[in-house]
Design a protein around this ligand. Structure first.
Ligand code: SF4
Length: 676
């Protein structure tokens, strides 16, 4: 029997290492112990059951044209002809491309090149815009560069104190929690989540007030003279303006806004300041707001004032969520970026990347619309009339999702590449069945910025092709010769990224295998990679981290007489993102079979709702149903719904952050009632 093949989990940004043996229904999964993220040999239940994705009975194995199976040649010819016709009639921006944070680096890269070179459209963005874009924008603002966690995950093990704002890794990525062992954990979350239950201190702000809480914590640090003046002087700029702006955020005012008692705030900030080694981490709870960039900036300001970033054993980091959430934002599938994490409106970046692509720089389109804006405009006179979707399911995952589904239905042509008939694929004119994780080779960059190698371990079913083959096949029909073999695409990606912030030019598949991953930036084959990029200086012009003054403001939609309850959304242990994969795994659907509405006993009593009742939740954008779960883990002014089923996002608010263009997923106003 062949030796098991070393690869990585298909799901989240931890990218746990696993080894796969056997084929077909005999596939076995064992955790690897050489990958630090799960070196203790842990996987969560999603990882343990991932083999079922490969043999799932709902797997698509033939292209579908208007629901009917057709050959690949017929399908690709049809798509290329329709794309050419739509672009010829309405201009190149009439074709949009929507990517995903689960695509390998090679796919993200080739998709960006396909959009800019073969289609010449500016209309490309991806679902990572809905994931960590606020943290990315805040990191670039403060540090000049965004590398999620700019330190190895194993550094967390030595921490005395960790403050985690809006993250629930005990449920979303359980093996991560082992890295928090030993630290006093401070969790900021409106819900008493499984992670909050592990906390030494749990602060429970009103939804949408994390920014005020961060301001209050920094106000206290300054008032109690806990800030690190020497670090501020030596390694940062802009503190005086932040100090001045914080005068207005006195603790009692913050308590009134957030509901967090002043003594609890004081305990948190004193513990952080007294620690020899401390981290501030943020997750989607703090980030998915129309003020998400400013909220993360406020937490970064706190970390900077306490002297944490850029010091070994301390720092700020964001817990990226999607499998390639980090790499997916570096290689050009984002509306405003070119490979190497370069800005698309930077003339030097355009010159370099156009040179690698063999086209004149002036032929490259400029920045396009962000994900929600792109979806919102579909089928309108100003928007695109055709869209290709790779690795995403926006009918479930976009905010105001019923509206988004209507926009998608208004398209002249929808093409979806997927492994199963997701809710978005079900609306498509053309569905193209593709290979998935263990059936293909490619690189993923995990939440630490460590570039990892997923190796092909099993044969794909007959009838499917890789996303790379699909992209190259369409490019060929449009007159462009693209590589479609992962190793060749990665070689090109290395050249395209050279000299950019996310420089992969020194990384090879061989090095990744030998070194169990390589941290970017890695600008030369002999370069060791950069586990901690900010130890000597930050990536700003003067090498200093930037304090930026920010102000709290209420949620875009606050509760009122008509919609008197806050809704917040999130994930459950058994499911991943839009659930297109995990809702097809028997043991996972058994563990979490249906959507639910979590509500406090006081609210349930007031609304005469009992556990198990069907609950109707209504917002200004739509309605959704779920089974009532009564729990005092939730605040009495708030309900929680998981977003893995079509429904929760019919309710959420598409108001956008002005910098990151992140929608306000995490708070909106709803009405809750027992379903008649
Ligand atoms: Fe997979 Fe994430 Fe679970 Fe690890 S924690 S097994 S990467 S889903």
């Amino acid at each position: 029997m062949d030796a098991p093949v070393k690869t990585h989990c298909p799901y989240c940004a931890l990218q746990c290492g696993m080894a796969i043996g056997g084929q077909g229904t005999e596939i076995t999964i064992t955790p690897r112990t050489d990958i630090p993220a799960n070196a203790a040999g842990a996987l969560c239940q999603k990882g343990w059951t991932a083999a079922e994705l490969l043999t799932n009975g709902e797997r698509l194995t033939s292209p579908l044209l208007h629901g009917e199976p057709v050959s690949w040649e017929v399908a690709l010819d049809h798509v290329a002809e329709r794309l050419s016709g739509i672009a010829a009639e309405h201009g190149p921006d009439a074709v949009a491309v929507f990517g995903g944070g689960g695509l390998t680096n090679e796919k993200a890269y080739l998709l960006g090149k396909f959009a800019r070179v073969a289609l010449r459209t500016s209309q490309i963005d991806y679902n990572g815009r809905f994931c960590m874009s606020s943290a990315a924008a805040a990191s670039i603002r403060a540090f000049g560069m965004d590398r999620g966690m700019p330190f190895p995950i194993t550094d967390l093990a030595g921490a005395d104190v960790i403050l985690l704002a809006g993250g629930n890794p005990a449920e979303t990525m359980p093996p991560f929690v082992r890295h928090l062992d030993g630290a006093r954990l401070i969790v900021i979350d409106p819900r008493r989540t499984p992670t909050a239950k592990l906390a030494w201190l749990h602060l429970r702000p009103t939804p949408g007030t994390d920014l005020a809480l961060a301001l209050g914590l920094l106000h206290l640090a300054i008032a109690e003279e806990l800030v690190d003046e020497a670090y501020i002087e030596e390694r940062t700029s802009g503190f005086d303006a932040v100090r001045t702006s914080l005068a207005a955020w006195w603790p009692e005012r913050v308590e009134r806004i957030t509901g967090v008692p002043v003594p609890r705030m004081r305990e948190a900030v004193r513990a952080l300041a007294a620690a020899n080694s401390a981290y501030v981490l943020t997750g989607r709870g703090a980030e998915q707001h129309a003020k998400g960039t400013d909220t993360v900036t406020a937490f970064v300001n706190l970390a900077l004032a306490l002297g944490l970033p850029g010091r070994q054993g301390s720092g700020y980091g964001c817990l990226t969520g999607q499998g390639n959430g980090q790499g997916g934002r570096e290689h050009g599938q984002k509306a405003d970026q070119l490979p190497g994490y370069r800005k698309i409106d930077d003339p030097a970046a355009r010159e370099h990347v156009a040179g690698v692509w063999g086209v004149p720089p002036e032929d490259l389109p400029g920045p396009g619309r962000s994900a929600y804006e792109l979806l919102d405009a579909l089928g309108t006179p100003d928007g695109s009339r055709a869209m290709l979707v790779f690795g995403s399911n926006p009918v479930v995952s976009a905010p105001a999702s019923a509206h988004v589904a209507d926009r998608i239905k208004a398209l002249d042509l929808l093409v979806v590449c997927d492994v199963v008939l997701s809710e978005t694929a079900a609306l498509a004119d053309v569905v193209l069945p593709v290979t998935q994780w263990a059936e293909e080779t490619g690189t993923m960059t995990n939440l630490e910025g460590r570039v990892l190698l997923r190796r092909q371990a099993v044969e794909p079913p007959a009838g499917v092709r890789s996303d790379l083959e699909v992209i190259a096949g369409l490019a060929r029909r449009l007159g462009h010769d693209f590589a479609d073999e992962p190793g060749k695409v990665f070689e090109e990606l290395r050249r395209a990224s050279a000299g950019g912030p996310a420089d992969y030019s020194g990384i090879t598949y061989e090095r990744i295998a030998d070194e169990t991953g390589v941290f970017w930036p890695c600008p030369a084959p002999e370069h060791p990679g950069t586990p901690r990029p900010f130890l000597d200086s930050f990536a700003t012009p003067d090498g200093r981290a930037r304090f930026v003054p920010v102000e709290h403001r209420p949620p875009v939609e606050d509760i009122d007489e008509d919609y008197p309850v806050y809704l917040t959304t999130g994930r459950v242990l058994a499911h991943y993102q839009s659930g297109a994969q995990t809702r097809r795994i028997a043991s996972l659907t058994k563990a979490a079979p249906q959507p639910y509405v979590e509500l406090h006993p006081d609210l349930a009593e007031r609304l005469k709702i009992e556990a198990g009742d069907q609950v109707l939740v209504t917002s200004r954008r739509g309605e959704s149903r779920g089974e009532a779960r009564i729990s005092d883990a939730i605040r009495s002014d708030t309900v929680f719904m998981p977003f893995h089923w079509e429904g929760a996002n019919r309710l959420t608010n598409p108001a956008l952050d002005p910098t990151s263009r992140m929608p306000e997923f995490k708070v909106c106003a709803v009405r809750v009632e027992r379903d008649a």
